[in-house]
Design a protein around this ligand. Structure first.
Ligand SMILES: *Cc1c(COP(=O)(O)O)cnc(C)c1O
Length: 360
């Protein structure tokens, strides 16, 4: 083909989209159990009642799902004490974020968020052609809310607050978040990403639904982590009706599948089993963080289902040692390693690897 033949050209912003680096799956090894601790997944199977509902929904996959997510919104509204009109669901809360940025950002508008934080943020911002304004975390992996407030400028449309912060772990307190929101101009939309909220054991936990009573705040939640539905892809936001409506208007038609909708409803109904699993994972987190502290590690406060080792230049070395021992972790080149709290046997491997690494 001649080089002068014009070919379709993507928007210029597409070349700026960073690649999402997914947690790698484990490579099976003869004679060794290998655990995936690289994607903050839940080690437990679906909650009681979920598989049956999903099987029923799968059997009628020749039909489109309920585009209005009527039953799901009713169940969530009931649980959260909000109106169904305040909800917008998507194929994972990442999709909800994409739709929200599409609804609110023109090219060149700014989105302020802490960094390092969730790796989907810069991707979602680039996709709409908006500009990321990244505000450095504090040395102990926390949001610097003063610096974030100072970073809000005339082109800022959206601020993202990730609590607990993925991948470092600390959570923002409710009172400090309220004080921050009081400083944010009323036309700037604040997204409180509560993906790991069930795991938070902070003395002043953020209540995203309460905050979403403000006219410019939404809470974003997911069924992927505590509820264990990562593979079905379903998350949602709760916020003011006008914002939820704008996000729904930008959503893919029929995006959330019927199996995902019924799985979410059944998971919401399995409250006791959910709480028991979350407690067990929180107890494992406490066991792991206490043992790591005994080994001499000084790690950021872990409020999600993961721990963060800010290893800098030794990141790749740690990840390789972990892999050799049978756990796949998530390295962030030159910065650190995030390790999901998994089944006890997997966490034991992490503790062995960490102990050997400190002695080396
Ligand atoms: C995992 C995660 C999500 C949720 O992703 P899904 O698209 O719902 O699977 C959102 N925010 C953060 C910070 C996460 O770590």
């Amino acid at each position: 083909m001649s080089t002068s033949t014009p070919t379709p050209r993507p928007r210029a912003t597409v070349a700026t989209i960073p690649a999402y680096v997914p947690g790698r799956p484990p490579v099976p090894r003869p004679g060794q159990q290998v655990f995936k601790l690289s994607s903050n997944e839940n080690p437990y199977p679906p909650l009681p009642g979920v598989l049956e509902e999903v099987a029923r929904a799968v059997a009628v996959m020749n039909r489109y799902p309920d585009m209005g997510c009527t039953d799901l919104y009713a169940a969530l509204a009931d649980r959260l004490g909000v109106r169904p009109e305040q909800l917008a669901a998507g194929t994972g809360s990442v999709a909800v974020l994409y739709h929200l940025l599409q609804a609110y950002c023109d090219p060149g508008d700014e989105v302020v968020y802490a960094w390092r934080s969730f790796e989907a943020y810069p991707i979602a911002v680039s996709v709409v052609g908006a500009t990321s304004v990244q505000v450095a975390l504090t040395a102990d992996g926390r949001h610097d809310l003063d610096a974030m407030a100072a970073a809000i400028g005339p082109r800022t449309k959206v601020v993202l607050v990730c609590t607990p912060n993925n991948p470092t772990g600390p959570a923002v307190g409710h009172a400090e978040l309220v004080a921050f929101l009081d400083r944010v101009p009323s036309h700037v939309l604040v997204v409180v990403d509560e993906a790991y909220r069930e795991f938070v054991r902070h003395e002043d936990p953020v209540d995203g639904v309460a905050l979403a009573a403000r006219p410019n705040v939404v809470a974003m939640r997911t069924f992927a982590k505590a509820y264990g539905l990562a593979g079905l892809r379903i998350g949602y936001l709760v916020g003011p009706e006008e914002i939820a409506a704008a996000v729904r208007a930008c959503s893919l038609p029929f995006g959330v599948s019927s199996p995902a909708q019924v799985a979410a409803i059944a998971s919401l109904a399995a409250t006791d089993a959910l709480l028991a699993r979350v407690e067990a994972l929180v107890a494992e987190r406490a066991r792991v963080t206490a043992a790591l502290a005994d080994q001499g590690w000084e790690l950021p406060d872990a409020q999600g289902n993961f721990v963060w080792f800010g290893l800098g230049e030794r990141t790749a070395e740690f990840a390789a040692a972990a892999e050799a021992a049978g756990i796949v972790v998530r390295p962030f080149a030159g910065e650190g390693v995030r390790v999901t709290i998994g089944e006890s046997a997997a966490n034991d491997v992490l503790l062995e690897v960490a102990a050997r690494f400190r002695d080396a």
